[in-house]
Design a protein around this ligand. Structure first.
Ligand code: PLP
Length: 442
């Protein structure tokens, strides 16, 4: 079964945005949402952490195990051929989903692994170049003392720590673009921070805490002007809006399947072909070599070059089914609906006394989530109070400690919407939040 993307023409025939009636139909595709939690119908507002799976995704994985399960790429038997076809068809579907080419689309276990892969191979590039190994272009990619890696102050730890470690391994310096009090990047300072020493510019497309959608094109232009490699963390954008890596002209992009209706254990790294062709591998072992002697190995080109060992085959097939589900529903429509839900959350929260909402004001460039602080009540208590009413949110620092520190906080509560949430979900959440401070006598 070839998994093909829905033509854009189908999306054009649909209304410009979702509405509650359509969302209620969509919800029927998500069995997990149909349950009581603490005696109340579940209101799931934690998709920014992990999203739920529609039946088509669950069935794609089940069908793989029922019909085609085998190791890919090396078997000469019928099931191995079928499994390989399903696996590679899935790659093509996901490549189409982000506007990439097939061989530029690498499977990883999640976005975190993708970012570690880039930072690790960039330091190996230096080792290889120093030994005259590999392509001559590797020397340009290698980092050395005096070089700079630029991130932003709003990064998830997954897009911060790998760069700290790369700086440590190579002697390069890590710098960051700060945010303003409203939670937007200080673009007035970005041009000074990104300079001739910048070798890598890594930033998130949308913040998992502030909701801010960053000005990708402007940042890419600044990176291009100084010849830096541009790395996009698309974890909070790929599930919610059209992502076209070629149009954005980034060198690398990463995202995780579990945030876009797919199972855990699968993610994607996009890399420009000319870079993937010369970068040293990350993990080494089976399935990524041409010849091996007792002394050394020659490696396959991408994507296999970066896919050592037995892969996450059923998860890849399921991720392609998730990409198809999103394409068929229409990512522009999903984005508009989530913008409405997000705006409703932010405006509603701001009207409740004692609540501080993080990030840009409603109506600004933001995704459908809202992180907030409740004066006098710890985020964990807020989360438990909401859970007792069947409302699932995320609490803590959301893997962004430096950002929380910048905002003078240690933990916040975050509600995040997806295509299966109604305005009623948001209103129930707001009603519950309105009762938090009185309940805790804050
Ligand atoms: C912006 C952002 N980047 C990176 C990650 C890491 O994703 P994963 O844990 O799936 O690798 C997350 C997950 O919350 C995220 O929100």
């Amino acid at each position: 079964m070839a998994l093909v993307s829905t033509p854009a023409s189908l999306e054009q025939a649909l209304p410009a945005t979702l509405d509650n009636a359509e969302v209620l139909r969509i919800r029927n595709d998500f069995p997990v949402l149909d349950q009581l939690v603490n005696g109340r119908p579940l209101v799931y507002l934690d998709s920014g952490a992990t999203s739920q799976n529609p039946l088509s995704v669950i069935e794609a994985e089940q069908e793989f195990y029922e019909q085609r399960n085998a190791a890919v790429h090396r078997g000469a038997h019928h099931l191995a051929v079928e499994a390989t076809e399903a696996f590679e068809d899935a790659r093509q579907t996901v490549a189409d989903f982000i506007g990439a080419d097939y061989s530029e689309t690498i499977w990883t276990s999640n976005a975190t692994e993708g970012l570690n892969l880039i930072s690790y191979t960039l330091s190996t590039a230096g080792l290889w170049a120093a030994q005259g190994r590999g392509d001559a272009g590797l020397a340009d990619l290698a980092l050395k003392p005096g070089d700079e890696i630029v991130v932003t102050e709003m990064e998830h730890h997954a897009n911060l720590i790998p760069w700290q470690e790369l700086a440590f391994r190579t002697g390069a310096t890590l710098r960051y673009i700060p945010i303003d009090d409203a939670g937007s990047l200080r673009m007035d300072q970005a041009g000074d921070i990104i300079g001739s020493r910048t070798k890598v510019l890594a930033f998130t497309h949308a913040s998992n805490v502030l909701g801010t959608i960053n000005p990708v094109r402007e940042l890419v232009a600044l990176g291009r002007a100084v010849g830096a490699l541009v790395v996009l963390d698309a974890c909070q954008s790929a599930p919610h809006m059209v992502l076209d890596v070629k149009k954005l002209d980034v060198d690398f992009a990463v995202f995780s399947g579990h945030k876009m209706l797919a199972p855990t254990g699968i993610g994607v790294l996009y890399g420009k072909q000319e870079l993937l062709d010369i970068l040293p591998p990350f993990l080494t072992g089976g399935s990524m070599i041409t010849t091996v002697t007792m002394e050394r190995a020659e490696y396959l080109p991408a994507p296999q070059r970066f896919e050592a060992g037995t892969q996450r085959i059923s998860q890849a097939v399921a991720l392609a089914a998730a990409a198809n589900y999103l394409t068929e529903t229409g990512l522009d429509r999903i984005h508009r609906w989530e913008t409405e839900l997000g705006g409703r959350m932010v405006t509603g929260l701001e009207s409740i006394p004692g609540i501080r909402v993080l990030g840009p004001a409603a109506g600004g460039e933001r995704i459908g989530l809202a992180a907030f602080d409740v004066e006098g009540v710890h985020a964990h208590d807020v989360g438990q109070f909401l859970d007792s009413r069947g409302i699932a949110v995320r609490v803590g620092h959301h893997c962004a400690q430096p950002l929380h520190r910048r905002l003078g906080l240690t933990a916040t509560t975050r509600a995040s919407a997806y295509l299966y949430n109604t305005t009623d979900d948001v209103d129930q959440f707001l009603d519950a939040v309105a009762g938090v401070r009185a309940y805790f006598r804050a």
